[in-house]
Design a protein around this ligand. Structure first.
Ligand code: IPD
Length: 281
């Protein structure tokens, strides 16, 4: 059984357990990175690995046969048509420094059916359910494909529907962005952001792409643009933003992916996509 609501319930329970582990295992002060990945600035901590291990074990025991694509431990093929795309701690640098903006991100992705757009950035599959759980703040952002996006602010709170706010003119837009770990890409992203900054209200670099997308869904920023996102950064937050009514896309209307993710309310899309191209993203 792969009904999206059931998948979401499992994702939320699993994300809560992972967030609990992260809170318990995070020592006070600065966390030591146990290794680095794609570049010297791309940290991995023992807590990232423990969180992913917990998520993977829980999902496998509830739904044997599902595939798994995690930031820290690679790929397991699916025999059910569902693959879990997981970032065990999105915002690892914030986690290391104790900045309170890091999240557990879990998405259920269905193997492509005719007519569906690839939405994870990996070129395959349709995201059908997802949760982004802000570990420190406790907010849970959830979405089911076709069923809308919701926010639960705390354990005792009701679910609130989310709707991306149609903002005013592009000059007054607050734009979230981020930078990949590859130094060359960073240099190009820095130049593009420098061109963007004088043409919008301001720019925010939160440090967790999944939260950028969910905060867009909640109207806390007006737009988001980033290059170099991996499927686990994008899958759950992208669904939340889309289900809140935002446009989430890539370059010139291509699907969102590693080359580019651009997201905003539909009313801002024409102006924002033009600006992004103009700035050299
Ligand atoms: C990173 C964060 C960051 C974004 C990077 C991602 P990680 O993920 O989402 O905001 O700018 O592109 O790689 O490494 O913290 O899981």
């Amino acid at each position: 059984m792969s009904d999206p609501q059931g998948l979401l319930t499992l994702a939320v329970d699993t994300a809560r357990a992972a967030a609990e582990l992260i809170r318990r295992q995070r020592p006070a002060g600065r966390v030591k990175a146990s290794s680095t990945k794609s570049s010297a600035t791309d940290a991995v901590t023992v807590v990232d690995v423990a969180s992913e291990r917990l998520i993977r074990a829980r999902l496998a025991s509830a739904r044997p046969g599902d595939g798994f694509l995690g930031e820290e431990s690679g790929v397991v093929d699916s025999t059910t048509g569902i693959t879990w795309v997981v970032d065990p701690i999105d915002g690892t640098t914030n986690f290391v420094y104790g900045l309170p903006a890091y999240a557990v991100s879990i998405a259920a992705v269905r193997a492509d059916v005719l007519g569906d757009q690839p939405e994870t950035g990996s070129g395959g599959g349709t995201v059908v359910a997802g949760v982004v759980l802000d570990v420190v703040g406790g907010e849970e952002f959830t979405a089911v494909r076709g069923g809308g996006a919701r926010l639960r602010r705390g354990p005792d709170d009701e679910l609130e529907p989310l709707a991306a706010v149609d903002p005013g003119p592009i000059e007054q837009a607050l734009v979230a962005t981020g930078f990949g770990y590859d130094p060359q890409r960073r240099a190009a992203q820095g130049a593009a952001v420098a061109a963007l900054l004088p043409r919008v209200r301001d720019v925010r670099r939160v440090g967790a792409a999944s939260l950028d997308l969910c905060w867009l869904a909640a109207g806390r920023v007006d737009a988001y643009v980033e290059q170099g996102l991996k499927p686990w950064d994008l899958a759950a937050g992208g669904l939340v933003a889309r289900e809140a009514g935002a446009v989430v896309t890539g370059l010139a209307g291509e699907p969102a992916g590693e080359r580019l993710v651009l997201a905003c309310a539909p009313g801002l899309y024409a102006a924002f996509s033009r600006l992004v191209l103009d700035c050299g993203f």
